[in-house]
Design a protein around this ligand. Sequence first.
Ligand SMILES: [Zn+2]
Length: 346
Amino acid sequence: MKAIVVEHHGSIEELRFREHTPLPELAPHQIRVQTAYCGLNHLDIWLRKGGTGDKLTLPRIPGSDVVGIVQEVGQGVRKIQVGEAVLLYPGQGCGLCPACIAGRETMCPEFQIRGYHLDGGYAEYVTVEEQCALPIPADQLKLWAGVPVSYVTAWNALVTKGQLKPIDAVVIWGASGGLGYAALSIAQAFGAKVIGIVGSKNKATFLQEQGFTGDIIIRSEDLLEEIKQLTHKRGVDLVLDHVGKQTWNISLKMLTKGGRLAFCGITSGPKVETDLRYIFGKQLSIFGSWMGDHQDFMEVVQFLKQHPQALPYIYKEFPLHDAQEAQATLEQGDHVGKVVLNVSAS
Ligand SMILES: [Zn+2]
């Protein structure tokens, strides 16, 4: 099969297009999915660059967000049928440990992510356990390719751990990117007061054009003052921060007493200095999300079927062999929403 393979960590040239990558064998409880689209995530870039501290082995096919059509099913497969359009949960636990038994796969010592620890969707076919797949509408494949990592992470952070409520005031950093847009859409559909933070006027305009009715702040020195005004000096109940170094302390300052900080990314760097008085003085709760569990996946898929207006915005699609250009677009950061590979057209 055709696939993009990372054989060595490094620059964007390490994304190699290969015509004849071996097709993985199909075990009795597995299905083989013909990839239609694969959404891109920063995780794909970390895999390619390496050096994250995670245990990674190469060669590896990137791509965590897979949608496609079931092409073949193993003998033991019971529910999924050939020809169905499916979306795949991007994680996999051992299935046996206390965390897995409790439905918290992401806390499993052997938790793996497709397209990072396991081969992913920058390929014509993906072979997975049947329970990873959920049926989705066959006429919306491209849109759903933006869902798995971003929406499962946003759901785990905001809803499962963050206990998002309609009466909450919620701040979303980087609100026009893949994860931020997912969080913004979910929080708006919940009926919360949502404040999106973006880096430029163009990105603010984009959110308004997409029907976002909450408040938008463009990043500046006055950001905290603007949040004060928007919340009548109270501060916000819940912040989703996935930027890290540049935003951490501002996030702590903007929270009201008893506020919650959901943290799930470090795109600006991992090390910060914290004034601990904010945390105990305001009795803040801080929690991290590393993607989300299988149950988060099932819940957010159901939620999106009921609230299709919250589905992702697809910024641009590239054919499989242009994966280098696709990752460069993501890395530049000028995009809004999701970048996807159109694998079936390749
Ligand atoms: Zn486990």
